[in-house]
Design a protein around this ligand. Structure first.
Ligand code: GLU
Length: 308
């Protein structure tokens, strides 16, 4: 079913777009610095297959941190709850996503799977003999969630991050020293940077958000893509740590499970209702899409989306 343009969404996009000038695109991954800060688009995917959108929804977005929710779902299915949470915690940190600070003050286990340290441990848990095997396993799962077998990754973004990921390298070496990571750092970073560079448009994001919103079932064919408990755990992390160290404010102002990435993407899952995909690469100082947040605030108020 083609995605319908929505006049109401378009009005929200126009209003929220004014805020793009208050943000900056991420450039610590050099390739991401090429994005146009004025872009803003949104798609909403409903369980009956309907889709509405506004803005240039054909633009591709690399998942970046949004991929952390999906890799977590995969390893929970492959390894089980106990194995995963013996190696990564469940608590928000209040620190920036790439912070190393708490690793030294706590037992070395990262506090949650949404910060980089925790996400690297999660990626480490993806099963397979080679990086290629493991990546294909993750990509297959992403394609199934998005119902789009054409999804791939952006080699330029992956390479750009791999070549500049010294902070993530440092996190990996720290975790390796403490036996939380037991493989070589370079292949793990290769896998992680490819995971973060998987790209799709807002429609794909909205569709994946819808599957989480529907507790892991594809409502169109009744197929269960993940156990409902896995979807529930992922949505809980989206609420407690999905929007970096702005997750508390986001829960108060908007109140839906959501995950953002430094590419300017946001994936939202409104429980039982629909999935949202947003692309707005101008970020605020915490790394969230500045206009994307505004757009979600307008939507949440208009449709009373807060779950609290
Ligand atoms: N690939 C990025 C990193 O590890 C993801 C960060 C993000 O989107 O928050 O730095």
């Amino acid at each position: 079913m083609p995605c319908q343009k929505s006049d109401e969404l378009q009005r929200f996009v126009e209003e929220a777009k004014r805020y793009t000038k208050d943000g900056k695109v991420a450039d610590y991954i050099p390739e991401l610095g090429k994005a146009n800060p004025g872009d803003l688009s949104i798609a909403i995917n409903y369980p009956d297959g309907r889709c509405i959108s506004a803005g240039d929804i054909d633009k591709k977005i690399t998942l970046q941190s949004i991929s952390k929710v999906i890799s977590l779902a995969l390893v929970l299915m492959e390894r089980g709850y106990r194995y995963v949470f013996e190696r990564v915690g469940m608590e928000p940190t209040g620190d920036p996503f790439n912070s190393i600070a708490k690793l030294e003050t706590m037992p070395a286990k990262p506090l949650n799977p949404m910060i980089n340290a925790g996400a690297l441990v999660v990626t480490h848990m993806i099963k397979g003999d080679t990086v290629e095997d493991r990546f294909n396993r993750l990509l297959g799962f992403i394609r199934e969630l998005a119902d789009d077998s054409s999804i791939g990754y952006c080699e330029n973004v992956a390479r750009s991050e791999f070549e500049s990921a010294d902070l993530n390298r440092a996190l990996c070496y720290f975790l390796k020293q403490h036996n939380i990571i037991t493989e070589d750092v370079e292949p793990l970073l290769d896998l992680y940077t490819k995971q973060c560079a998987v790209e799709m448009n807002c429609l794909g994001l909205a569709r994946i958000g819808m599957i989480f919103a529907m507790d892991g079932v594809d409502p169109l064919n009744g197929k269960r893509i993940m156990p409902d408990d896995v979807a529930r755990i992922c949505k809980t992390f989206m609420v407690t740590c999905g929007m970096y160290n702005a997750s508390g404010e986001f829960a108060i102002k908007i109140g839906i499970p959501a995950k953002s990435g430094v590419s300017g993407g946001i994936m939202g899952a409104v429980p039982g209702k629909f999935g949202i995909g947003i692309f707005g690469p101008a970020l605020d100082e915490k790394g969230n899409s500045v206009a994307g947040l505004k757009l979600l605030e307008l939507l949440s108020k208009r449709y009373r989306l807060s779950m609290f």
